[in-house]
Design a protein around this ligand. Structure first.
Ligand code: ADP
Length: 291
């Protein structure tokens, strides 16, 4: 059940005037490209380009939702459809962990406890990623996993315009089952999920069925579980999300930018419905026809 009407979504897609007013206010108190006070500097290249009116540039969206809800899946599908990069800060952190950089050991400890890494580190990783993309001619973005704190949201608002925030929702017990089923192929890097969710309707809540996302035979023997996908760490991530990231939802709610989307099931059920509420069905059909 999406809580925004189609007209409201279209308005959001053209950029919210309430939010634009807020941004103008912020822009007048800051030098161009300067981050708000008390925030780590956000050395964002291309900030001017990202300040263009929404209809003159590619979409700049944020995906919110509990860890493990599937933000990455839907954000990456939409990014392919719309031709904008899908930027997941969790992936940037994992790339950093895989490196032999001086911060890798300390970072690993934080991530493996399900805690958030510092705003400074995350902003540094994100700005490097955006700069690299801009050098390759990328424009627009779908952010996944960022912002995770109100401080990060304020910093982002200080340097760029967010057009819309898609907030994915799913029952917490199902999210835990899904996280524990997550696997990644150690060779090709693709993500899979072994969990089969089949929850009957109860207490007025609808039934939810999510089929597993099984790997092909050649990945089966190479499946890995993320070190931070144990039940204890998953529950800790959810607790931290509720504490730190719930206020981010409120931050964007106040700007009138949030599209609430209750996942009705797995990808086959949710994807068409998401396209419908985003009014992107035609785009999908055109893309399929051109393929
Ligand atoms: P999940 O799979 O739990 O959604 P991610 O893959 O997004 O988590 O991120 C993995 C880890 O990377 C997080 O638990 C956190 O330690 C770190 N991380 C990612 N994004 C951020 C952020 N915006 N702020 C702080 N830490 C982050």
């Amino acid at each position: 059940r999406a809580c925004l009407t189609m007209a409201a979504v279209q308005r959001l897609l053209r950029s919210s005037s309430v939010a634009a007013a807020g941004r103008r206010r912020m822009a007048t108190s800051l030098a161009p490209g300067q981050a708000p006070a008390a925030a780590p500097a956000f050395p964002f290249a291309g900030a001017e380009r990202r300040r263009r009116p929404a209809h003159e540039r590619n979409v700049q969206w944020v995906f919110l939702g509990c860890p493990g809800i599937g933000k990455g899946t839907y954000a990456s599908r939409l990014s392919r459809l719309l031709g904008v990069p899908h930027i997941a800060t969790g992936d940037l952190v994992r790339d950093e962990l895989a490196s032999t950089g001086p911060d890798a050991v300390q970072l690993k400890e934080i991530v493996n406890q399900g805690k958030l890494v510092s705003d400074e580190i995350i902003i540094n990783l994100l700005s490097k990623r955006l700069k690299k993309g801009e050098e390759k001619g990328e424009s627009g973005f779908i952010l996944d996993g960022f912002p995770r704190t109100v401080n990060q949201a304020e910093i982002l608002d200080g340097v760029t315009d967010i057009d819309m925030v898609v907030n994915l929702k799913l029952r917490e017990d199902i999210i835990v089952q899904k996280c524990l089923g997550r696997r990644i192929c150690g060779q090709c890097g693709k993500n899979f999920n072994l969990a089969c969710i089949d929850v009957k309707a109860e207490n007025g809540l609808p039934p939810i069925y999510m089929s597993p996302l099984l790997p092909p035979n050649n990945c089966m023997s190479k499946l890995l579980t993320r070190d931070d996908d144990t039940e204890e760490v998953v529950r800790n991530r959810l607790r931290i999300y509720n504490e730190m990231s719930q206020p981010v939802e409120d931050f964007y709610q106040k700007q009138g930018k949030v599209l609430e989307f209750d996942l009705p099931g797995g990808i086959p059920e949710s994807w068409p419905k998401l396209l419908d509420v985003l009014n992107l069905e035609d785009q999908q059909e055109m893309k399929l026809a051109a393929a």
